[in-house]
Design a protein around this ligand. Structure first.
Ligand code: AMP
Ligand code: GLY
Length: 398
């Protein structure tokens, strides 16, 4: 199978690493790709090569309708159409979808002006979360403990369409699965660490580290999420005529009242992918092609073990990351996924906010965590930011 992978980040580096192990692969291309991805793929720009399957990594081309365009040309695509990608690209669309199909989620209100927003705050007395409606690379959400914080968050984004949401508490779980429009084939669960600093302090980021499987997950919760969330979501997609052949990422909060959907994403999580794909024993490419072809029946995804991924980020991330720093200590033996690097011929150089994701594997979370930090601590660059508590505080199962 000749495959084109679209994207250039850590998620795509992990996808390229995983796909390149498939006996079904005859040739892998990447666009725009990266210096790190070029280890596994031929980088192409301009004319699209003749391929059997296109895998679209990031949300932006999906939201812009790349999948529709390629399908229109008769090409097999892993990635939902533009309409279905609105589950991620518009928070208000996702909220309406969940309400319409009775999928448990935080109570919310969509507002279109500062005045409307301020008036709506009275409806949220136990903390409120302010969300930009459109794509924001994981940085469009402000969790507000007080009314003053909420007013400040509203004032900072006055002209936009915003979603205000009740504040939920509980362990968070990223549930990623391949979807063929009718079925959901789950990957191992994981928990991202969204805040910049240890102890879940500081601003929200795209994700500073991951533990997989999610410690708060168990069989009882899986069965509950299957019936209360996955099945209604699949039925909702069908009822609304949404063509979903791609990765469906369900962001869950396991609240005391039960699991609720925080968000849908229409692509693999980043950095969740860097932790989850190394746990797979099945052929990922085969399953991606089956989902793209609309028939996952007969596919399975076997996985085992535990993973911890620690992100090394640039100075100034997330607000103003500084690039161009020399990276030392990269060891080819370790499982290191490149999110924002380039190679100048002699050295790897930082090139973006999140720079590297270092994954440790083990039979237990503790072992995986120890290996991840052992490897991550060998890598350095000026201004490096790294949380020291990824996977440390294991929440008790809900
Ligand atoms: P989202 O992009 O909607 O998933 O939001 C990003 C992050 O903000 C989530 O992963 C949560 O950590 C946090 N968050 C979002 N919505 C809520 C909520 N209703 N209550 C508490 N935290 C939230
Ligand atoms: N790590 C969170 C996301 O990919 O949206």
């Amino acid at each position: 199978m000749r495959v084109l992978l679209v994207g250039s980040g850590g998620r795509e580096h992990a996808l390229a690493w995983s796909i390149s192990k498939s006996p079904k692969l005859t040739k892998l291309y990447a666009s725009p790709g990266s210096d790190a991805i070029s280890e596994f793929a031929e980088i192409v720009s301009g004319d699209r090569p003749d391929v059997d399957l296109v895998i679209i990594g990031p949300e932006v081309p999906l939201a812009e309708g790349l999948a529709d365009q390629l399908r229109g040309e008769g090409i097999l695509v892993f990635g939902p159409n533009k309409d279905a990608a609105r589950l991620e690209s518009s928070k208000s669309f996702a909220k309406e979808f969940m309400v319409r199909h009775q999928i448990p989620t935080a109570r919310s209100k969509t507002v279109n002006s500062l005045q409307e927003g301020k008036a709506a705050l009275a409806e949220f007395t136990n903390g409120v979360v302010v969300k930009a409606d459109g794509l924001a690379a994981g940085k469009g959400v402000i969790v507000c403990a007080t009314r003053e914080e909420a007013e400040a968050a509203l004032t900072a984004k006055p002209a936009e369409c915003l979603v205000l949401e009740e504040y939920l508490e509980g362990p968070e779980v990223s549930l990623l699965g391949l979807c063929d429009g009718k079925r959901f084939l789950a990957l191992p669960t994981s928990s991202d660490h969204k805040r910049l600093l240890d102890g879940d302090r500081g601003p929200n980021t795209g994700g500073m580290g991951v533990i997989a499987p999610a410690p708060a997950w168990n069989e009882a919760m899986r069965a509950r999420v299957e019936s209360e969330i996955i099945q209604p979501t699949l039925l909702g997609l069908a009822k609304d005529g949404l063509d979903y052949r791609g990765l469906l990422y369900i962001g869950l909060m396991l609240t005391p009242e039960g699991p609720k959907v925080l968000e849908y994403n229409c692509r693999f999580g980043d950095p969740e992918t860097q932790a989850v794909l190394p746990l797979l024993q099945s052929d990922l490419l085969q399953a991606l092609a089956a989902a793209a072809g609309g028939d996952l029946s007969g596919e399975e995804l076997r996985a085992s073990g535990c993973a911890v991924t620690v992100v090394l980020a640039s100075e100034g991330y997330p607000s103003k990351p500084i690039s161009g720093r020399l990276i030392s200590g990269l060891d080819l033996e370790e499982l290191v996924f490149h999110a924002g690097t380039r190679n100048n011929g002699d050295h790897w150089i930082t090139n973006g906010g999140r720079v590297l994701g270092v994954t440790g594997l083990g039979e237990t979370h503790a072992q995986a965590r120890e290996r991840a930090y052992h490897a991550a601590n060998k890598i350095n660059f000026d201004g490096r930011q790294m949380r020291s508590d990824i996977g440390a505080a294991l929440p008790t199962p809900a």
